[in-house]
Write a protein that binds this ligand. Structure first.
Ligand code: DX5
Ligand code: ZN
Length: 221
């Protein structure tokens, strides 16, 4: 079997916010498959980033899918705003609302793919009874809130467990990993069963002239 090539989703958290549109165009031109957008509220996680107006402003700049990672609570009241702003995938943490099943159904009703995000402490069992409602699973290999953290190897076994759960459905659910993804840790994630990798620091390091090489390296050279 040939090794699977990962979907690469650069996290714009590591980009130059003063020229965000330009940065998004640059990573898309450099081979990014999705654009990973980290939304933080200073409450669910200890950092504040951006809201739906910025997502909307970025949409015309690139045609690759917008992979929106919501780290806000309560999350339900903001789903529509992010869908309207151009999100293609909306991923939520189970801890960010009272009814995960209802939240995922709502995301699909809004025309987006529905994702569930696992904090390092969140158990795979959270989604055991609702695999049919899920289009993407995002495993955090750091505690959410900041880029540039060290990859937690403890999460590799969880990725493998979630891969088994996905395979048992026979459905094509993407398994994405977020946090501390580098050329060293990317192959470990892929070996555990991931299909998509978020990378902030590893894509944006070195500036625009390095983006294509950085993305190619994460894809395996
Ligand atoms: C953190 C975010 C990540 C972060 C990853 O809460 O969800 O997407 O930007 O950054 P790196 O790749 O630098 O660990
Ligand atoms: Zn993220």
């Amino acid at each position: 079997m040939t090794a699977r090539t990962p979907i690469i989703a650069p996290s714009i958290l590591a980009s130059d916010f003063a020229k965000l549109g330009e940065e998004c165009r640059a990573v898309a031109a450099a081979g990014a498959d999705w654009l990973h957008i980290d939304v933080m509220d200073g409450h669910f996680v200890p950092n504040i980033t951006l809201g739906p107006d910025i997502v909307k402003a970025l949409k015309p700049h690139v045609s690759i899918p917008f992979d929106v990672h919501l780290m806000i609570a309560p999350v339900d009241n903001y789903l529509e705003a992010f869908a309207d702003a151009g999100a293609d995938i909306i991923s939520v943490h189970p801890e960010s609302g009272p009814h995960l099943n209802r939240t995922l159904k709502r995301i699909r009703e809004l025309g987006c793919k529905a994702g569930v995000v696992f904090n390092p402490s969140t158990s795979p069992s959270v989604i055991e009874w609702m695999m049919d409602e899920i289009d993407l699973i995002l495993v955090m290999s750091i505690n959410p809130g900041f880029g540039g953290q060290k990859f937690m190897h403890s999460q590799l076994a969880k990725i493998a467990r979630l891969r088994e759960m996905i395979d048992a459905t026979g459905r094509d659910i993407d398994l994405e990993v977020d946090g501390g993804v580098t050329v060293e840790t990317a192959p470990l994630c892929m070996a555990a069963g991931a299909t998509a990798l978020v990378a902030g620091t590893a894509v944006f390091k070195g500036g625009p002239s390095a983006y294509a090489a950085n993305i190619a390296a994460l894809k395996g050279g």
